[in-house]
Design a protein around this ligand. Structure first.
Ligand SMILES: Cc1cc2nc3c(=O)[nH]c(=O)nc-3n(C[C@H](O)[C@H](O)[C@H](O)COP(=O)(O)OP(=O)(O)OC[C@H]3O[C@@H](n4cnc5c(N)ncnc54)[C@H](O)[C@@H]3O)c2cc1C
Length: 273
C-alpha cells in the first residue's frame, strides 16, 4: 500500500480543482481489505467525473494500482481487466489483439472501474454491453445480477476486475472506426479543456441537456473562471483559477434558469464530493 500524505488532488482532477490531503493507493487485495476496515472511504478512478468541492475531507480517498492494473486474456475473445486500468490503455490492448466492440467509447478518460460504475457510454454504446461479470470486494457478480441504466448502476461495492467478451475484427476496420469516433468527438467537444465532460444527464434524447442550456442563453456564461463551454454547452470548463464554489454556483444558475424557462429539472451527471 502506498500512502501520499499531502497529495494535491487538483493534479488528478480532470477539471484541475481539488484540495490537499491523504491519498492511499491499494496495490492488492490485502491492501483493499485493510482499507475496508477504515471509517469513511471513497474509491477514485481517473477523477474525470468527480468534483472535489471542499477544502477538507474526513474521508480517506484511495485509488487502485499494482495488481489492479493488469489485463489478462482468458481466451481469444474473453478478457479480464483490472478496474484501475485506464480505458486508453485497454483500447490499445484491444487494437493489438484485433478485438472489436468498444470503438465508440474511445476518448472517454475513465478507468475500467469508474466507467462500469457510471455505465459510461457514447454514440449508442455502453461499457456494460460487452460485460460478462465483475469481481468486487464483496464477491463475484454476473452481469445479470447488476442493474445498468443511463449513466447509472446499482453497484455499491468496489469493482476490482471486470471480464468482457468481444469478437475478433480486422485491424484496419477497427482503426477506421476509432478514427471516425475521435473525429466526431473533436467536432463536438472542447479539446484539452479542464472539464468533467457532460455536467448534466440528458432529460430525454430529444431534449438533450446541451440544447436546454443553449436555449436559455447560457452558452459561454461564466462564474469567475468556471464557464459553460462555447463549443458544447453541457460541458463546464475551468479557464484556469476556477474553484469548487464557482462550479456549484454555475450549476445552480443553470438549473434555475432551465427550470424557470423550460420547467425541466436538470439532474447532475457529475458527482460532487
Ligand atoms: C473530456 C471528457 C469526455 C468525457 N466523455 C464521456 C462520454 O463520452 N461518455 C461518458 O459516459 N462519460 C464521459 N466522460 C465522463 C467520465 O470520463 C466517465 O464518467 C468515466 O466513467 C469516469 O471514470 P473515472 O475512472 O474517471 O471515475 P471517477 O471520476 O474517478 O469516479 C466516478 C465514480 O466511479 C466510482 N468508482 C471509480 N472507480 C471505482 C471502482 N473501482 N469501483 C467502484 N466504483 C468506482 C467513484 O467512487 C465515483 O463514484 C467524459 C469526461 C471528460 C473529462
Amino acid at each position: 500500500m502506498k500512502i501520499y500524505k499531502d497529495f494535491d488532488f487538483s493534479k488528478i482532477s480532470y477539471i484541475r480543482i481539488g484540495h490537499t490531503g491523504k491519498l492511499i493507493v491499494a496495490e492488492n487485495m490485502d491492501d483493499l481489505s485493510q482499507i475496508k476496515m477504515m471509517e469513511e472511504t471513497k474509491i477514485l478512478g481517473n477523477c474525470s467525473k468527480v468534483l472535489f468541492s471542499k477544502k477538507r475531507y474526513k474521508k480517506n480517498f484511495y485509488k487502485l494500482g499494482g495488481d489492479f492494473l493488469k489485463i489478462e486474456k482468458l481466451n481469444d475473445e474473453t478478457i479480464m481487466v483490472g478496474a484501475g486500468v485506464k480505458f486508453t490503455t485497454f483500447i490499445n490492448f484491444m487494437i493489438n489483439e484485433n478485438l472489436t466492440g468498444f470503438e465508440e467509447l474511445v476518448g472517454i478518460p475513465g478507468t475500467i472501474g469508474g466507467m462500469i460504475k457510471m455505465n459510461a457510454g457514447a454514440f449508442g454504446k455502453n461499457i456494460s454491453n460487452n460485460l460478462v461479470s465483475l469481481e468486487t470486494l464483496d464477491g463475484k457478480k454476473d452481469k445479470s445480477e447488476i442493474y445498468f441504466s443511463y449513466r447509472e448502476t446499482n453497484i455499491e461495492s468496489v469493482i476490482t476486475f471486470a471480464t468482457f467478451r468481444f469478437v475478433k475484427g480486422k485491424k484496419s476496420r477497427i482503426m477506421k472506426n476509432i478514427e471516425k469516433f475521435i473525429k466526431l468527438r473533436k467536432r463536438n467537444q472542447p479539446q484539452d479543456a479542464k472539464t468533467l465532460g457532460s455536467t448534466f444527464k440528458n432529460p430525454t434524447s430529444y431534449q438533450p441537456a446541451w440544447k436546454l442550456i443553449d436555449d436559455v442563453g447560457l452558452r459561454g456564461f461564466c462564474v469567475n473562471d468556471i464557464c459553460v463551454s462555447a463549443k458544447h454547452t453541457n460541458f463546464i470548463i475551468n479557464r484556469g483559477k476556477g474553484s469548487g464554489t464557482d462550479f456549484l454556483k454555475l450549476v445552480s444558475i443553470i438549473k434555475k434558469k432551465v427550470y424557470e424557462e423550460k420547467k425541466i429539472e436538470l439532474e447532475l451527471e457529475v458527482e460532487i464530493l
